[in-house]
Design a protein around this ligand. Sequence first.
Ligand SMILES: Nc1nc2c(ncn2[C@@H]2O[C@H](COP(=O)(O)OP(=O)(O)O)[C@@H](O)[C@H]2O)c(=O)[nH]1
Ligand SMILES: [Mg+2]
Length: 196
Amino acid sequence: MSTINFAAREINFKIVYYGPGLSGKTTNLKMIYERVPGEAKGEMVSLATEDERTLFFDFLPLDLGTVNGFKTRFHLYTVPGQVFYNSSRKLILRGVDGVVFVADSAPSRLRANAESLRNLRENLLEHDLRLSEIPYVLQINKRDLDDALPVEMIRQVLDPTGTVPAFEAVASRFEGVFEPLKGVSRMVLEKLAQKT
Ligand SMILES: Nc1nc2c(ncn2[C@@H]2O[C@H](COP(=O)(O)OP(=O)(O)O)[C@@H](O)[C@H]2O)c(=O)[nH]1
Ligand SMILES: [Mg+2]
């Protein structure tokens, strides 16, 4: 649900990075933030718990060109992955325009990936949203791990129909970080174009 600010001639979009705890969501945002020129970004707000994981959100407005004379502004959010922060995750999904699901390639996290995706669908339903109706891409992160599962195995579990755009990444080395963001942003803008 994009919002339009006529006074500022801006269209605002909300992109949420979802996934299990420690899959690399915060790393993605930090990497993007570092590389976006100063004038194109706002403050990054990071609320961390004592163990330094995201508690509520990080956000990052990014200006990515114009649509019919309106500037587009993307707000990027991460969710806390830990199971007990579900109410925060639900809240952050309010008004979401696009989702980047950050999957962890570690064999021990395969179930956590699947569980987080199930949780995403469930929380979207509470906002009357369905994942199939929202611009959505997969980032298969931590490809540098020695025991990383084959990409095809992870896709089989998270996207059995093979229809979701998927990007391999090593977020901590800034590999495959911008691609999923560009992919989902393009989908969000295309969806807006269809409506107008
Ligand atoms: N090996 C490896 N570690 C990563 C990668 N991306 C992130 N990490 C590390 O994984 C840990 C958790 O990352 P973080 O972004 O905080 O996860 P979040 O809980 O999803 O926000 C941190 O120590 C990161 O440095 C990656 O591609 N490969
Ligand atoms: Mg985090």
